[in-house]
Design a protein around this ligand. Structure first.
Ligand SMILES: NC(=O)c1ccc[n+]([C@@H]2O[C@H](COP(=O)([O-])OP(=O)(O)OC[C@H]3O[C@@H](n4cnc5c(N)ncnc54)[C@H](O)[C@@H]3O)[C@@H](O)[C@H]2O)c1
Length: 401
């Protein structure tokens, strides 16, 4: 089997889990080169790949060397947020299809640069938004497409993850989140649930995001955590944190739907992406993993008294409504991290590189998702003032399927 020769850029937590847990296990992929800013991480990457595959990739601390290497055919970016768009643009200019991990943008201009680079080079680019491949997300999408929800009116989503330990450990772990939390206040991680919501709402394919309004709560969670757990660290003790603990964002769409996103990463809580879809005929909510169908008398009867007995009923619908991708995946055996979605997203990218088919999460989707961070940063600074979302397709969203 011909193997796609790939270069890996960024070997922190995510680069490690995606390389060892997914890329090294793919029969049609060979890791030709690895890169990180830190020498020790390059060495670790080389040794990890050697251990997993029996073949040691070349290593470098300079990303351009990976991108311009004659052997490397495709680039994976698992680097810090700030590096994503510049490295993706460089890869596209070098004619190397590129997959970039999830992140938000720092300016609208860089989103346009990404779009223009794609339009000039036609080099494929995809965001590795693994949550678009979640079992429930794909099941709900299938149901929406089959009309079970009627007209979708509103979606909720978010990123609820207690990241206090990770943010506060940023100096020790050389992690990018700390510097972002210290200097910005915005929805810095919108794509995990907005990716699947964009698919439900046909964004860039008949619909588009119009405006973004965000407000941020006060910022006390990380400081409080540092004071109670890391008081001896002088640098941290003197560091200001500007990121609001809870950021609430409302997005409006051209076809009239609204989306509410909640970023909640600075306070104690369990993990959740708060996914919910509100339609004229049905409702789904991730928090209690439940569907409510207006034509199901069991649901409407209980609605009048207490609905709690129905909580967790989504499992009952799996047999009938699981997405074919998941039906096949379960039958063939799930692989990789995050409940199997990491494998699905990388596999889909690799298959599209090989087939030359248009990417499922393409450059217009990437720009539309990543720009939310920039716009929410501006909106938070203006106490919730709505910000216009650019039409990155320049009108093509009216025609795109
Ligand atoms: N999809 C998911 O489920 C998921 C989960 C975790 C993280 N992520 C994403 O993965 C990315 C990395 O996150 P992480 O937690 O691994 O961060 P990390 O800080 O642990 O690792 C990032 C690595 O990139 C390296 N790096 C930064 N700029 C670079 C450059 N210009 N060239 C080469 N290397 C560079 C850093 O030295 C670091 O080792 C982020 O975009 C994050 O949002 C996605």
């Amino acid at each position: 089997m011909k193997k796609l020769k790939v270069g890996v850029i960024g070997y922190g937590q995510r680069g490690t889990s995606m390389t060892k847990g997914v890329l090294c296990k793919m029969d049609n992929v060979e890791i030709a080169m690895v890169c990180d800013l830190y020498e020790d991480r390059v060495e670790k990457a080389q040794n990890d790949v050697l251990e997993k595959t029996g073949k040691k990739p070349r290593g470098t601390t300079v990303a351009s060397e990976v991108i311009n290497d004659s052997e490397v055919e495709t680039v994976f970016i698992f680097a810090a947020w700030e590096a994503h768009i510049p490295l993706a643009i460089e890869s596209m200019k070098a004619g190397k299809p590129v997959a970039l991990e999830v992140a938000g943008a720092y300016s609208i201009e860089q989103c346009w640069d990404l779009v223009h680079t794609y339009e000039q080079t036609k080099t494929p680019v995809m965001m590795l938004e693994n949550c678009c491949y979640g079992r429930r997300e794909m099941m709900v999408l299938k149901m929406v497409r089959e009309g079970l929800f009627g007209k979708v009116v509103h979606c909720d989503g978010g990123y609820g993850h207690d990241l206090r330990y990770e943010v506060a450990g940023g100096i020790k772990n050389r992690h990018y989140r700390l510097r972002n939390y210290a200097s910005r206040s915005c929805d810095n991680y919108p794509t995990h649930q907005l990716g699947p919501i964009a698919q439900v709402l046909d964004i860039n394919r008949g619909n588009r995001f119009l405006t973004v309004s965000s407000v941020a709560s006060k910022s006390v969670g990380i400081r409080d955590y540092i004071e109670r757990n890391l008081a001896d660290d002088e640098t941290l003790a003197n560091m200001e944190i500007r990121q609001g603990d809870v950021v609430t964002t409302v997005i409006t769409c051209a076809l009239g739907q609204t989306v509410r996103l909640t970023l909640d990463t600075c306070l104690p809580r369990f993990y959740s992406r708060d996914f919910a879809v509100h339609g004229t005929k049905a409702y789904y909510q991730e928090l209690n993993d439940s569907f409510y169908f207006e034509d199901n008398p069991e649901h409407t009867k209980l609605h009048e008294v207490s609905w709690k007995p129905q909580w967790g009923n989504a499992k009952e619908y799996e047999e009938q409504y699981d997405h074919p991708v998941w039906k096949r995946y379960i039958k063939e055996g799930m692989k990789g991290g995050h409940g199997g979605i990491d494998w699905l997203v990388v596999n889909d990218f690799v298959n599209h590189v090989v087939s030359g088919e248009p990417m499922p999460i393409d450059v217009y989707d990437i720009a539309s998702l990543m720009c939310i961070t920039t716009l929410s940063e501006q909106s938070v600074a203006m106490h919730g003032a709505p910000q216009a979302v650019p039409d990155f397709t320049n009108g093509a969203w009216l025609l795109r399927k």
